[in-house]
Design a protein around this ligand. Structure first.
Ligand SMILES: NC(=O)c1ccc[n+]([C@@H]2O[C@H](COP(=O)([O-])OP(=O)(O)OC[C@H]3O[C@@H](n4cnc5c(N)ncnc54)[C@H](OP(=O)(O)O)[C@@H]3O)[C@@H](O)[C@H]2O)c1
Length: 429
C-alpha cells in the first residue's frame, strides 16, 4: 500500500471481486485519470473463511463493514454488497463522515434515493451510482451531465438481461416461455427463483432510478406500474412478427405537464425501432430529449466485469474530485412530482382472444369497443376448429377504457377467453 487514496469496499461478490481485480489491472490508467493511485485497504464480506480469487492481502478482509466506514484512514467507500440494510445505514454514515460513496445498489437507490442524495448534498460529497442501472452501460452520467441542459421527455429501456434473453429465444426459436425459461436457468442466464426478473421487479427498480435521474423527481419502485413476461405466449410473438413487431419487456418513464409516469410491461416494438435489435442479454436505453432528439445507449447490463467497469469509473471520478477538493456534477435534491396512475395513460393495444367461430361475433365485440370509444385499427381472424383466434390492434386508447372494454368483452357468450393484452409502442418512437 502506497500513498494513493484509501478505498474501503463493502462486499466482494461478483462485482466487488471484479472491481478489486480491475483496480490492480488498470492501475496505470487510474493513476493517469484520477491523478492518484487507489489502494483497496479494507474489504468487508459476510464469510471471511471463503477463498476468493482477488489480488488483495488476506488481512484486508473483515466481517465488520461498519468498521470499514468508520476507519479514519479510509478515504472513499464502495458499497457492492446489495440489499437495503445495513447498506443504507453504512452509506449514510460514510456520507456524514464526509466520505464519497460509490454504490451499485439498485434496490437501495430505487427505494431511498431521495434520502441518500439529500445526505450527500448536506455534507457536499459525491454519491455516485452509475452501476445501479444498466450495469456497464454509461447512462446515469450522460443523463446527469451530458444531457443536463435538455428536457428529457421519455426514456424507454430494455434494462433486464434475463427477460430479454428469454424473449429473444422465444422470438428466434419459436419456443414457449416455460421451455425457454428452463433452458435459461440451466445455462445460468436466469436465477433458480426467476421472480425478480420475470415478474418485472428488477426492471421496475431500474425504471424508478431512471425516472428519478431523467426528471429530477422522487420516484420509487412502488410508483412503477408493473407487469412481467410470464403471460407472453409463442402465439403473441408469432402475431407480433406478422404485424411487423417484436415483443420486448420495456421500462417506460415519461414526463408530461409536470407529472411523471413510470411503467414496466411487455410491449410490441416495431422491427424498425432501434430497441428491436437489442438481442439476448444485452440492455439498451432509448432517450428522447426536447433538443437532442432520440439517442440510444447499448451494452452489457450486468455481469461482474461490465458492472465493475462502471463502479471504477465512478471511483476515479470521486478520487479526482476528492484530490482536487471539489465535487462532481449532481442532480441536486429530488423534488416531489405527481405520479400519474396507469389508468390515465394511453397507448395502442394488441389483444388476442378466443371466440366462437360463427357469424356476428365480430360485430358484437366491435360494438363493445365502440361504446367505450376505443377505435380498432386492424383485426385478424384465424379459425381453430369451432373456435377462432381473434387478434385486434387498437388505435391509441386510455388504459381505463381498455380495461372496461376487456371486462365487458369477457362477459360476452361468444368470447371464450381473452388470451393476451400487450401494449404497442408506435412507429414514431
Ligand atoms: N452482478 C451484477 O451483474 C450486478 C449488476 C448491477 C448491479 N449490481 C449490484 O451490485 C451489488 C452486488 O452484487 P453482486 O452480484 O456482486 O452480489 P453478490 O455476488 O451476492 O456479492 C455480495 C457481497 O457482499 C457481501 N455481503 C453481503 N451482505 C453483507 C454484510 N451484511 N456484511 C458484509 N458483507 C456482506 C457478500 O459476502 P460473502 O461473499 O461472504 O457472501 C458478498 O461478498 C448489488 O447491489 C447488485 O444489485 C450487480
Amino acid at each position: 500500500v502506497g500513498d494513493g487514496l484509501r478505498v474501503g469496499v463493502l462486499g466482494c461478490g461478483n462485482v466487488g471481486a471484479a472491481l478489486c481485480r480491475l483496480v490492480v489491472d488498470h492501475a496505470d490508467i487510474i493513476q493517469a485519470r484520477a491523478g492518484t493511485a487507489l489502494d483497496v485497504v479494507a474489504v468487508a464480506v459476510r464469510d471471511i473463511g471463503r477463498t476468493r480469487d482477488v489480488p488483495v492481502a488476506a488481512d484486508v478482509f473483515t466481517m465488520d463493514p461498519a468498521a470499514v466506514v468508520q476507519d479514519p484512514t479510509v478515504d472513499i467507500v464502495v458499497e457492492v454488497m446489495g440489499g437495503i440494510e445495513p447498506a443504507r445505514s453504512l452509506i449514510l454514515d460514510a456520507l456524514a463522515a464526509g466520505k464519497p460513496v460509490v454504490t451499485a445498489n439498485k434496490e437501495l437507490l430505487a427505494s431511498h434515493a431521495t434520502e441518500l442524495l439529500a445526505a450527500a448534498e448536506a455534507t457536499g460529497v459525491d454519491l455516485l451510482f452509475e452501476a445501479s442501472v444498466g450495469g456497464g452501460i454509461p447512462l446515469i452520467r450522460p443523463l446527469r451531465e451530458s444531457l443536463a441542459g435538455d428536457r428529457i421527455r421519455r426514456v424507454l429501456g430494455i434494462v433486464n438481461g434475463t427477460t430479454n434473453f428469454i424473449l429473444t429465444r422465444m422470438t428466434e426459436d419459436g419456443s414457449p416461455f416455460g421451455e425457454v425459461l428452463a433452458d435459461a436457468q440451466r445455462l445460468g442466464y436466469a436465477e433458480a427463483d426467476p421472480t425478480a426478473d420475470v415478474g418485472g421487479h428488477d426492471a421496475a427498480a431500474k425504471a424508478a432510478i431512471l425516472a428519478s435521474i431523467a426528471f429530477g423527481a422522487q420516484v420509487v419502485a412502488e410508483d412503477v406500474a408493473r407487469e412481467g413476461i410470464a403471460g407472453v405466449t409463442a402465439d403473441d410473438i408469432a402475431s407480433a412478427r406478422e404485424l411487423g413487431y417484436v415483443v420486448k419487456l420495456l421500462a417506460v418513464a415519461e414526463e408530461e405537464g409536470g407529472a411523471v409516469a413510470v411503467r414496466v410491461h411487455p410491449a410490441m416494438v416495431p422491427v424498425s425501432h432501434p430497441l428491436a435489435s437489442v438481442r439476448d442479454s444485452f440492455n439498451a436505453i432509448f432517450i428522447e430529449g426536447a433538443a437532442v432528439g432520440q439517442l440510444m445507449l447499448y451494452g452489457r447490463g450486468a455481469g461482474g466485469g461490465p458492472t465493475a467497469s462502471a463502479v471504477l469509473g465512478d471511483l476515479i471520478d470521486a478520487a479526482r474530485n476528492l484530490r482536487g477538493g471539489s465535487r462532481g456534477a449532481t442532480i441536486g435534491t429530488l423534488v416531489r412530482k405527481p405520479v400519474r396512475p396507469l389508468d390515465e395513460l394511453h397507448s395502442r393495444f394488441y389483444i388476442a382472444m378466443d371466440v366462437a367461430d360463427r357469424p356476428n361475433v365480430l360485430s358484437q365485440i366491435a360494438g363493445v369497443f365502440g361504446r367505450h370509444e376505443v377505435s380498432i385499427e386492424s383485426v385478424f381472424q384465424k379459425g381453430l376448429g369451432d373456435e377462432a383466434r381473434l387478434n385486434i390492434v387498437t388505435h391509441t386508447a386510455h388504459e381505463r377504457e381498455m380495461r372496461a372494454v376487456l371486462a365487458e368483452v369477457r362477459e360476452l357468450d361468444v368470447v371464450d377467453r381473452v388470451q393476451s393484452v400487450i401494449r404497442v409502442i408506435g412507429d414514431d418512437g
